[in-house]
Design a protein around this ligand. Structure first.
Ligand code: SF4
Length: 192
């Protein structure tokens, strides 16, 4: 298994899909030692592309708030995206781009070997459970997922909304409440 730092170093020069042309830098994500939860988002946005760190800006601040409500601290979690380079205009990554980038994400998860994976939004849901799934139908429960190329380890996966959706629907919207509840579920699975 390739180490996290070796993966990040290799990834920095990746030009395997068209998103290489629109990025400032590859954003590999973060992995504190001992992380038991991996959060999987969608793609770097403008601020992430500039700073090289995932989930900064408004979405990141809301995520931190909801994590704290679930008794979690982002500094203890691994945080990655489905694709590592910013799509032009922050559009949703195309299926072919996500498929090309997938081996990086699968290898990152294997390197962390977490107790729980939390997918945030539709792109990460498709990575974990396959295309055509509806978030509303898949959230709020635990899925068992075996990743390609990994051993027979089945990971616990909690699928939930992206913080950007929670922001879009407002503080009293259903996505925010669902995201908060799903992070609580993940915290319990991770023994927190
Ligand atoms: S999005 Fe992924 S596959 Fe595409 S260039 Fe960036 S690191 Fe490589």
């Amino acid at each position: 298994m390739t180490s996290w730092s070796a993966l990040a170093a290799e990834m920095a020069g990746c030009t395997a899909c068209a998103l290489a042309a629109s990025r400032t830098q590859v954003v590999p994500g973060v992995r504190p030692a001992g992380a038991r939860i991996v959060l999987v988002g969608e793609a770097p946005g403008r601020e992430e592309d500039e700073g090289g760190v995932p989930f900064v800006g408004r979405s990141g601040r809301l995520l931190d708030e909801l994590l704290a409500g679930a008794g979690l601290d982002r500094r203890e979690l691994a945080v990655v995206n489905t694709v590592k380079c910013r799509p032009p205009g922050n559009r949703t990554p195309r299926r072919a781009e996500a498929a090309t980038c997938r081996p990086w994400l699968d290898a990152q998860v294997a390197a962390v070997d977490p107790a729980v994976i939390v997918t945030l939004g539709g792109s990460a849901l498709a990575w974990a459970l396959g295309p055509g799934r509806r978030l509303g139908a898949e959230r709020g429960r635990v899925h068992q997922v075996r990743l390609p190329g990994a051993d027979q380890t089945a990971y616990d996966v909690v699928a939930t909304y992206h913080p950007a959706a929670a922001l879009r629907f407002g503080p009293h919207g259903a996505p925010r409440a669902a995201l908060a509840a799903d992070l609580q579920l993940a915290a319990g699975l991770a023994g927190r």
